[in-house]
Design a protein around this ligand. Structure first.
Ligand code: DAH
Length: 344
């Protein structure tokens, strides 16, 4: 009988160990501690035993009963804890993930990238130059000497710099044409380059002006370059950037560094050429200046204008996203307001 109890204990505890749910635990309880369980039967049969044996078996059987009940309670608590933590740490792997916010490029950067891509596909390379520039590359090399009235059109921010020993004065470049002057000086033709970047003018801010804005200039130098190359290149640019159907117009204009000089305009996107407030009633919007590079500019840069010819162009960038998205205040482009920027 004592042996029977030992075996019972072993089996019961072993089974208890592998139980994983309250239902199984209840079955176990019925089997080992219930009224019809082996242990209960055994206890009931005690009375029939001789006194000595009854004492020994009885003590052991009661101990076993208490032990099993104890173990059952512990198991019950463990199962409860398991259920609670499963509830707390529940992870629904079928839920869609939360989107990670992604950054984006500033509309001006997007515009510059797009323009550069168009010119790169036509064989131009992208070149950058310094924003703090010598007077020489911003003006002198471009046929704009000290007293030239063209200087008045570009309110210049001068850098406080004592010119000594013949050093030339410095400024914040007023146009990216300064990079064109550097390219002409430094390279051997054929040259095809575009030069995007920031430019500065001494001007108060309003809806259409900021003291720092963006331009891109371009230059092509080779033997036999003509006005037809200039027009073909800029037409192609306009077609790709503004769309196939947009009308483009060239008119004469004056810039000291080109001869002849032209201005290119596109049909107004708002009125389609009828005339409205955006285009000042003309139906056209000027977007760039261009021309055949002045022989004197080539000569200064060490390129013989008898052998080579060249066209150049320059345009403001900021108006392009403004026209495209209907932005009516240039300052929005420089305000870093995320509510504005997240729209692009
Ligand atoms: N630099 C001129 C400006 O800021 C624009 C320009 C006109 C650039 C004609 C050129 C050009 O390269 O050929 O107004």
């Amino acid at each position: 009988m004592l042996q029977q109890l030992e075996e019972l204990k072993l089996n019961a505890l072993q089974e208890l160990g592998s139980i994983g749910s309250p239902g199984e635990l209840e079955d176990w309880r019925v089997r080992y501690l219930g009224k019809k369980s082996e242990l209960s039967m055994l206890l009931r049969r005690l009375a029939a035993l001789p006194l000595e044996e009854r004492k020994a078996v009885g003590t052991l059987a009661n101990e076993l009963k208490a032990h099993l009940e104890d173990s059952r309670r512990q198991k019950e608590l463990a199962l409860q804890e398991l259920a609670a933590s499963a509830r707390e740490e529940a992870l629904d792997i079928t839920l869609p993930g939360r989107p990670v916010p992604t950054g984006r490029l500033h509309p001006l950067t997007q515009t510059l990238d797009e323009i550069c891509d168009i010119f790169v596909s036509m064989g131009f390379q992208v070149v950058e130059g310094p924003e703090v520039e010598w007077d020489y590359y911003n003006f002198e090399a471009l046929n704009i000497p000290g007293e030239h009235p063209a200087r008045d059109n570009m309110a210049t921010l001068w850098v406080d710099f004592e010119a000594e020993n013949g050093e030339r004065p410095m400024l914040l470049r007023t146009h990216t044409t300064s990079v064109t002057a550097r390219i002409i000086e430094g390279a051997t033709p054929p040259i095809r380059a575009v030069e995007p970047g920031k430019v500065y003018r001494y001007e108060a801010s309003d809806a259409t002006h900021v003291p720092m804005f963006h331009q891109i200039d371009g230059i092509a130098v080779d033997k036999g370059i003509t006005m037809a190359d200039l027009k073909g290149t800029l037409y192609e640019f306009a077609r790709r950037f503004f769309g196939e159907d947009r009308k483009v117009r060239f008119r004469c204009d004056y810039f000291p560094f080109v001869e002849p000089g032209v201005e290119m305009a596109i049909e107004c996107s708002v009125c389609g050429g009828e005339g409205c407030r955006l285009c000042g009633g003309s139906g056209w919007i000027e977007i760039l200046g261009a021309g055949m590079t002045h022989p004197e500019v080539l000569r200064r840069g060490g390129i013989d204008p008898e052998v080579y010819s060249s066209f150049a162009f320059g345009m403001g960038i900021d108006r392009l996203p403004m026209l495209r998205y209907g932005i009516d205040d240039i300052r929005l482009l420089y305000g870093s307001d995320l509510r504005f920027l997240r729209q692009f």
